[in-house]
Every structure is written in C-alpha cells, then in structure tokens.
Design a protein around this ligand. Structure first.
Ligand SMILES: Nc1ncnc2c1ncn2[C@@H]1O[C@H](COP(=O)(O)OP(=O)(O)OP(=O)(O)O)[C@@H](O)[C@H]1O
Ligand SMILES: [Mg+2]
Length: 377
C-alpha cells in the first residue's frame, strides 16, 4: 500500500503505513570505503554492518559508515553519494551506493505497480547542477524495484504533511501556503494553492554550506562544526564570546537572507498575487536547531516577502516532515489509481458481458397461413 522516500543529501527517509500508522526508516546517506583484505569482510559481517563489495574495495553504507569513520579516524574514506541535493558528480561510486541504500530502506514493491512518491529538489538558482540526471537515475532504479514512481518536489511535500490553509473569500483553501525545506545540501521553497505548486525555487545552500563556511572562517574541522551545531547550538541565546556559535549564527542568518532574497527576486516575475496572508511551514534538519523559527521571523520582518505572510511554523518532526508529506501524496495517488483501474475493469466487464450475449434470433418468417389473403391480380 503506497510508500514514500525522501532522498536527501544527508539522510534518506522511507515512509510507509503499517496498520494505519506511519512508519519511518532513516538512513545516513553516506559510505565508508576500505580495501578488501583477508579479514575485513568477515569482521564487518560479524559486526553486523551493511556493506557492499565492488572490485577490491568494501563499502560500509549508511549509519555504520559514520561509526567506521569515527573509530578509524580516516575521514577521507567517509564519502557521500549526494552533494548539494543531487547525485554527487565527483563521486564515481555514487549511483550503485545510493541504490543500495534506497533498496535497503524501501525494498522491492509489495506488488507490481505499487505507488512510491520520491522527492527531488527544484533546479537551484545559484549553481549549475543537473537535477534531471539525478531524477532519471533514481526514477529508473525505483521502477526496477517494481514501483510506479511519482516524483515530487520536497517543499511541496511539506505542504501535504502540514496542510496550511488560506482564507479564500470566506472559505478555507486547504494545502495552500509556503513550504520551505532547509536541508543539508539545499533549501527548497514552494508556494502552493489548493495542493498545486504555483512557484518553486531552490538554492544550493543548507546545513553543509553553513558547516563549511564556519569551518573555513574559524579554522575548525567541518565534523566538529557539524557536531557542535547539532548538539550545542541555540540560536535564541548565542554567546558572542563563543566564536564557533557566533560563526554558526552569522551563516544561519546569511542562509535565511539568501533564501528570502531569491524568493522576492524570482516571485516578482510571476503574475501571481495574493491578497490574504499565506502561512509558512518549515521543515528539514537545518531548521531543527532551537531558535530557528524566531530567527527566520526576525529576518522576514526586516526583509519582507513578495506575498503577505501569516504564521510561520516548524513541522512537527522536521527531519521526517518531507517523507510524511510524500506518503500522504503516494497514498492519495494510489487510491485514485486503484479507483480508476476498478472503473476500467468494470467497464471492460460490462463490454465483455454485452459481447457474450447470444445474437438475437432472426425474426421468424411470417406464416402465410396466419394471414388473410385474397387471390387476385
Ligand atoms: N538538531 C539539529 N540542529 C541543527 N542542524 C541539524 C540538526 N539535526 C540535523 N541537522 C542538520 O540538518 C541537515 C540534514 O537535514 P535534512 O535531513 O533535512 O537534509 P537532507 O534532506 O538530507 O538534505 P537535502 O534536502 O538538502 O538534500 C544536516 O546539515 C545536519 O547537520
Ligand atoms: Mg531534504
């Protein structure tokens, strides 16, 4: 019964329904490479790690990759199949490894043609990145697993998960508002009206960009910056004497400003106008840091937006909101598909029944005896 997969730069999140409840599977989008030596395979198998052998190399995939990186200290062997929201162009093993990760999360389709909604980003405005290649590679692979694949913008999935509504001449228009996903490699934004995407943009900046910038300006290893950002940062009480936190705050602000600037610049070129305020729903790991929403509101207040804005809220479970929304879409698409199939089957059955009816008997020839006739000329 319909599944969803949010394929992100940092995490891949699978979602499915089990007894009516959403069940999520989260895996780190990473691998750790090491040479295939005599004992390595056996040791990894014994450790229960998920791995793949290619040629003379062993690749430990997912969360275990980070563990191996931490234990061995070999940071150069910790590699990521995706970069800035799409398949990493500089990583030759990206495709087989991401396929392994995705297969481990969603498995093959439960029945041929099961619907799966997979999320992808919009083409970024600020970098030359090929979203099409990324999309087609993943689409083909999911098809190979037996799915009927539906591709979805990840920020639109937030709209499906959180269902913001807008006042539309006294009535409430559901699934209408602004969705923003602050991820690791990218930030995606959509404006939606009644579940339809009216406008989309993305920028190739997210949590990774913040980590790299802070690492550069403070000369601290990226891993340490990420760790501190995820565990120790609170944007509502940054100590200006803590250079790492100060750096994080500055680049968080830069990221939000950049997204709002691009939104304002590009929305102008659309013909769309809104008179009633749109709510903003935000998700993604980068938005999980305490104080993010207040920081966003503060910058929004200063910079303004190209449409009137109502409430700004964070999704209930920001790391899973996208997968949750994609599942809502997948379930609805599958329902419609099954209803259509059932309708087509009913029609075909009715036609077959009509064709199977015995041909009408020819009308019996009139019997001359039953008709009064008179001889004549
Ligand atoms: N508690 C936290 N505080 C701050 N940042 C966090 C926290 N938890 C995760 N992150 C950051 O969130 C990012 C991962 O978020 P997410 O899973 O939404 O991205 P993704 O979907 O993998 O990437 P993308 O959508 O850009 O392809 C990483 O940069 C990570 O460091
Ligand atoms: Mg994401």
């Amino acid at each position: 019964m319909a599944k969803a997969v949010d394929i992100g730069t940092s995490f891949i999140v699978g979602a499915r329904l089990e007894d009516g409840n959403e069940v999520f599977t989260v895996e780190r989008d990473a691998f750790f490479s090491m040479p295939r030596e005599d004992l390595s395979e056996e040791l990894i198998t014994r450790a229960g790690a998920n791995f793949l052998i290619r040629g003379n190399e062993i690749f430990v995939v997912g969360e275990d990759a980070l563990k191996y990186c931490m234990i061995t200290g070999r940071h150069e062997a910790y590699r990521r199949p995706m970069k800035m929201g799409v398949l990493n162009p500089g990583e030759e093993e990206a495709i087989p490894l991401i396929e392994r990760l995705i297969e481990g999360i969603v498995g093959p389709a439960d029945f041929p043609g099961e619907v799966i909604a997979a999320t992808i980003p919009a083409a970024p405005l600020d970098t030359e990145l090929d979203v099409t290649f990324h999309k087609i590679v993943l689409e083909r692979f999911l098809k190979k697993l037996g799915y009927d694949v539906r591709i979805l913008n990840e920020a639109l999935a937030i709209i499906y998960a959180e269902c913001p509504t807008v006042d539309d001449d006294g009535a409430q228009a559901p699934f209408s508002g602004i969705g923003i996903s602050f991820g690791a490699g990218m930030t995606n934004l959509v404006v939606a009206w009644r579940a339809k995407k009216l406008f989309e943009i993305s920028v190739a900046r997210g949590g990774d960009w913040i980590d790299q910038r802070v690492s550069q300006v403070r000369n601290i290893p990226v891993g340490k910056v990420t760790h501190e950002k995820e565990k120790g940062l609170d944007l509502s009480k940054v100590d200006p004497k803590n250079p790492l936190h100060l750096g994080l705050e500055i680049f968080y602000e830069e990221l939000i400003k950049h997204v709002l600037t691009e939104f304002a610049t590009h929305f102008k070129s659309t013909q769309t106008t809104f008179s009633n305020p749109l709510d903003v729903v935000i998700a993604g790991g980068t938005a999980s840091v305490p104080g993010f929403i207040d920081k966003f509101k503060e910058i929004l207040e200063q910079q303004g937006a190209p449409v009137p804005i109502g409430n700004v809220t964070l999704g209930q479970d920001p790391l899973r909101t996208v997968a949750k929304g994609a599942l809502v879409a997948a379930v609805s698409m599958e329902k419609k598909k099954l209803a259509k199939q059932a309708e087509a089957e009913r029609e075909a059955a009715a036609q077959a029944a009509a064709a199977a009816k015995p041909a009408p008997k020819p009308a019996p020839k009139p019997d001359l005896d039953e008709i009064d006739i008179e001889a004549g000329v």
